[in-house]
Design a protein around this ligand. Structure first.
Ligand SMILES: Nc1nc2c(ncn2[C@@H]2O[C@H](COP(=O)(O)OP(=O)(O)O)[C@@H](O)[C@H]2O)c(=O)[nH]1
Ligand SMILES: [Mg+2]
Length: 443
């Protein structure tokens, strides 16, 4: 309770203070209201003055306003006019602007069109440039391709040419090889042919030699020759000439004529059909001191080989053999001559008794002596031609070239002694001069 007393005291104090404050406040408000009222009256009086001044001012203002309104009306009219003008101007300006805008738009459009054209042109140009570039590129590519192609072609051509050259070289080599082979084959064939020819020739040669009677074991030695010469009375430094031929062919008669002797001369050889001596006889020659004559009877016969006849009669001993015959040469006769040739011995063939044969010819054929002479010469020449034909198959070494000297003992004697020639064609000389020349006895 003690505590509640101060609180109530405080509460009364407070209440008193509030009351006093409110009283103060009411008095203030009353004074304020009085002041405000005085002020309000004063303000109303002032407002009345002001209202009168205002009315006056308003009257003035009204006049000014009227004046102003008239002025404004005027101004309004002017302004309207001005506005209209401006509107017109505006309209014109707008029209102008529109026109300008249109022009601008057109211009713009034109510009755009031009720009488009330009762009199109540019695009076109670019396109063209691209196309040109492409074309150029294509051209360059083509040119490159062409160059490559040309290069390739050149390369191919070169290769082709090289191939051709190579082929030609190979062909040439092949041809040369073939030619070489052919040449070798030819050489071989020729060689073989030569060998065959040589073999055949050797065979022929050996056969011919066999036919002649020349055998490998039968050789004529130097000693044989020396002995035969000693037996025959061979004279060194002279030409020792043997006349061979069958009996009765005229050997003895011809030796007499060659020595310049007639049959009746003391030194003359015995002549005649009856002469049967088979011995060899030697005759010296007074007219030709370097010649010695030998009369060798008989000749090769059918049963005796040429070699045997040649060997048996020591024919190898003489420097020259004169084969006398008065008819065509037989095979045996030719073999004897071949043997002389084989031995490298000098020989000649003489057809004797020309006068006798011509006279016989004249008588047998009933022709003139001159005709008979020519007829006989032709017949002998024809015979001579057959000798070569008959030895045609002989090897070259044994081929005979027979020159038959047609002579008569009288003709030879006439030449050797230098006696008068006969007018009778039967006795006229034929080969006598050539015969003597061949013997080295030219007058
Ligand atoms: N008409 C003629 N007869 C000749 C000739 N040669 C030789 N006779 C003859 O022929 C024969 C024989 O001659 P001969 O010389 O003894 O021959 P040989 O045996 O070879 O010696 C003889 O009667 C000769 O008179 C000639 O040239 N003319
Ligand atoms: Mg005789």
């Amino acid at each position: 309770m003690a505590e509640a007393i101060p609180i109530i005291a405080w509460w009364f104090i407070d209440k008193k203070k509030a009351f006093e404050t409110e009283q103060k406040y009411k008095e203030t408000n009353k004074r304020i209201a009085e002041v405000i009222l005085a002020q309000e009256q004063e303000r109303a009086a002032r407002q009345e003055i002001e209202r009168k001044e205002e009315q006056e001012r308003l009257g003035r203002q009204e006049a000014e306003s009227r004046e102003k309104r008239e002025r404004l009306a005027r101004e309004e009219a002017e302004r309207k006019e001005e506005l209209e003008r401006l509107a017109r101007q505006e309209a014109e300006r707008k029209a102008e602007e529109e026109r300008l805008a249109r022009e601008q738009a057109e211009y713009k459009e034109e510009q755009e069109r031009l720009a488009r054209r330009e762009a199109e042109n540019r695009a076109e140009q670019e396109h063209l440039a691209r196309e040109q570039a492409e074309q150029r590129e294509a051209k360059e590519r083509l040119a490159r391709q062409e160059a490559e192609h040309r290069l390739e072609q050149e390369c191919l051509t070169r290769e082709q040419a090289e191939r051709t050259v190579e082929q030609e070289r190979v062909a040439r080599q092949e041809a040369e090889r073939k030619e070489e082979q052919a040449r070798l084959a030819r050489d071989l064939a020729e060689h073989n042919e030569r060998l065959a020819q040589e073999a055949s020739k050797k065979e022929r040669y050996e056969r011919e030699l066999r036919e002649l009677g020349v055998l490998p074991d039968r050789k004529i030695t130097d000693a044989d020759i020396k002995y035969a010469r000693a037996v025959a009375g061979y004279e060194e430094g002279c030409i020792n000439i043997a006349l061979i031929g069958n009996r009765g062919t005229g050997k003895s008669s011809l030796i007499n004529s060659l020595r310049g002797l007639s049959h009746t001369d003391r030194d003359a050889a015995e002549v005649g059909e009856a002469e049967t001596t088979l011995r060899r006889k030697k005759y010296k020659d007074k007219n030709h001191k370097n010649v010695v004559w030998y009369d060798i009877p008989g000749s090769g016969t059918r049963g005796v080989s040429a070699f045997n006849y040649y060997y048996n009669n020591d024919l190898y001993a003489y420097d020259k053999i004169v084969f006398i015959h008065s008819k065509i040469l037989t095979e045996s006769d030719l073999r004897v001559l071949k043997l002389c040739q084989y031995r490298g011995q000098s020989w000649i063939s003489v057809r004797s008794k020309a006068d006798l044969h011509i006279w016989n010819c004249k008588r047998r054929m009933g022709i003139s002596p001159a005709e008979a002479r020519q007829c006989y010469i032709d017949a002998v020449r024809a015979d001579t031609a057959t000798y070569e034909a008959r030895s045609e198959n002989s090897v070259p070494e044994l081929k005979l070239t027979v020159k038959d000297y047609i002579v008569s003992d009288a003709g030879v004697l006439q030449l050797v002694t230098g006696s008068e020639p006969s007018d009778d064609p039967v006795d006229q000389l034929i080969d006598e001069a050539a015969f003597l020349e061949e013997l080295g006895l030219s007058p």
